[in-house]
Write a protein that binds this ligand. Sequence first.
Ligand SMILES: Cc1cc2nc3c(=O)[nH]c(=O)nc-3n(C[C@H](O)[C@H](O)[C@H](O)COP(=O)(O)O)c2cc1C
Length: 240
Amino acid sequence: MALERRVSVRDFLPDPVEDALVTRVLKAACRAPTSDNLQAYSFVVVRDAGTRRRLGELAGHQRHVVEAPVFIAVCADLHRVAKACERHGRTLAGETLEMGLVATIDASLAGMAASLTAESLGLGSVMIGGVRNAPLEVAALLGLPQQVFVAFGLCLGWPARRPPQKPRLPEAALIFQERYEPERIPAAVAEHDRALATHYKSLAKATSEASWTERIAERFSRSPRAHLRASLRALGFDFS
Ligand SMILES: Cc1cc2nc3c(=O)[nH]c(=O)nc-3n(C[C@H](O)[C@H](O)[C@H](O)COP(=O)(O)O)c2cc1C
């Protein structure tokens, strides 16, 4: 099963990925389920090296965005839904938390479907949330109309190297039967801290013994991307 073997790939061969293959991946991804059949997502395929270089910068200087031959911007998209309303003399009530979530969930499902399809065909991919560093600049670069934003990107290419899989939290912390059991969490999280530290040490990467929790505490005790709500509002989404 492709999902059992999947891993994010960040090292790509320079070999091209044919248009027909990218189209096949994205057409398959369009079979993903979609809320109310709204299909509130779209893909923008970027091959142009200059655009990829700029996207890599905006995403926080991510090398793999520049090196992968294909970058797919996975967009939450209410533009067509708004147009559908207009055809019938109505106005989309799109600036609501629910519609923002609907479009973001649709985009996520379609993006994951694309990533899995790509993997099943031997391609490698990594998702790029870094594009949300600069939603307005990214939207302008890709010519997005109002009511569309890039939820995340997907670097696509032939893998030069597939890294070993990263451990996941133990089953005890992720899967519950009938009722959630919060008392299981501390031991399971401590186990994951140790497993992730062992993983990083095996790759000669710097880590602490509390590998997972320490990074999370450091990174997420501050509000990430504080500008995001205002930027998304300017693009026609209201997450307040
Ligand atoms: C929505 C989303 C955004 C992500 N953004 C980035 C990113 O900007 N840069 C990056 O290198 N990896 C990114 N990743 C990949 C994660 O870091 C990766 O999935 C996670 O560390 C687990 O590793 P694995 O996918 O190899 O199992 C993102 C993943 C998701 C789901």
